[in-house]
Design a protein around this ligand. Sequence first.
Ligand SMILES: [Zn+2]
Length: 669
Amino acid sequence: MNHSINASSHRLPLRSVIINDEFWNKRIKINCNSTIFYQWDQLEKTHNQENFRILAGKKKGYRQGFFYCDSDLHKWADAAARILTKTENKKLSKLIQEYIDLIALVQQPDGYLFTYNQFHFPGERWINLQIEHELYCLGHMIEAAVSYMETNEPEKYKQKFLKIAKMSADLLVSDFLGASPKYTPGHQEIEIALIRLYRITREKKYLDLAAHFLNQRGKISFFSLRLISQALSERKRSKKIKKDMEEKHITNELQMSFFGGEESHQKEAPLLPLRSVFQYLSGRYLQQNQPIHRMKRPFGHSVRWGYLVTAMAMLYQETGDEKLLNALQRTWEYLVQKQMFVTGGIGSLGVVEGFGCNYELNNDTCYCETCAAIASILLNWELALITNEARYSDLLEWQLYNALSVGISLEGKSYFYRNLLESEGQITRKKWFATPCCPSNISRIWASISEFIYSYNKKGIWIHQYIGNSTKIQGLINNNVVNFQMKSELPWKGKVNLVIDVEKQAEFTLNLRIPSWTNNITLTINGNPQKIEIDDSNTKFTGSSIVPMKSKFHEITRVWEKETTIEINFSMPINIHKAHPKVRGNKNKIALSRGSILYCFESIDNPEAKIPYATIDLENELTQEFDGTILEGIVKILGCDKTSKKLIAIPFYSWGNREQSAMQVWIRD
Ligand SMILES: [Zn+2]
């Protein structure tokens, strides 16, 4: 495997880590056996595959859907490819092969692939790059191809898909490498895809183009005028399509609102229309307001920002540009201090789908798109590899169990797009969206969760996540082979058991992440107790009230001989989070967590407590109890309100899985 030269440690191939974990097995199984096929069917219903069939000449009909809807099918293929990396599945293989055959037929001889222009405006391309997402769509296709190369699928199909991806990437290199800043994409994604393509092909032109796209951002002159002109052009083009459809008597069945109409009762932050105009025209919305090296804080559309910083972190790994790393680290600090919710979710404002003012972290008007949580997880993972600092993996864990897990139902077929921290009862999970960017994005992450567990270099191995698994790490000291068996009782119990087996005796360091949520650890090596001290010196009071900076790696350096057993017990106290005084609306409120799980109160469990306006009496002791009868088995937190009525808190990720309910995370004490 090729290593990125400026990463402190390296990722393991996806295929090499086999997950065996009670909590995650369920999710992974549902993802492979049900969700991925459900998503394919939903994409069929919303014309995604049909658009390609029409352009391939296999069907007669009219292209439907938003200009960016190709991306949803490409992202589905990425998720499917990642699933196929881990398991064999003939039905899924057939579907992805059908997809590859289709896109091969639709791709133009020079590599262009974008059904919107190919159908409605043949011959036109790169017209409204800030708005129309051509490069975003191609990015997801290229990522899917890169993921597919790691599968055991037929070589013929792997080469076919890689050829399609390279043809498109080569077209981009020829059209955009060295081009002016106005030829940068409005929605980042292509940069991540090009760096991933570079990593498997080692063809430097792909890395150069990713770097070019990133370095040209924030340099467009008269940006607001250019954006207005592109917005007018986009409007003119969509009107032309509408007129054409009317003339041909075609009904557009896909004319739903952006969220499929289900969020129309959503409360929004004050002055949002005005603030949105400012965000668009200043370039902040698209991260076009300043060069990337100058970035000090997150701004604009949260998913675009997340993909941008992830690509910057990936670029740093290849180039070692310290200015990039400095920008990333100070921006991360800013995010955690002032712009992140206690769930780990990011993005405070609807409409612009992004960041608001400092500490503007309102429970009922927040945005917190599932994709933004994913983008943030991707950033954390890249920063973890660059620095070997535990803070990034610690936040990754928190976002995985909270901000991200809440986005999908337990049965894997309904979703939240926005993830609020409070609801009066109108919000429910939806079967699908007009813009279904989140569902396949979750499936991509569930299929590749094993990537986030380990990293390694010549001197040691890092354990970032305690998710049960077995793996073989090769290429360590003297080409040694290290086998790991990890049993984990997280997230409900703090017990983790590790069996490490080396082929040859060798000295190296095993680095165990001490999570920020624990306050006591016992650790034994082959039954012998070891001393572990928790560093409590970092008591930073963040806007989110979580402090991933407290997390550290505990180093065990020794000569490892055949089979060593390590047993770890993390204490799991109920943690009471106090709201930061600058977060208006959360004054005198607390939130509860236990281990990596954030809790909430749902009205179905608390019919008399007036959720989301309940209060809690902390004078009464909080207790915990495992309940195997609800929500696939959870630990509940039990307390009382001020009138001594019982209160039940459940994991935040699990809310919205029973009957329609009100919900609150923060509760007055
Ligand atoms: Zn999304």
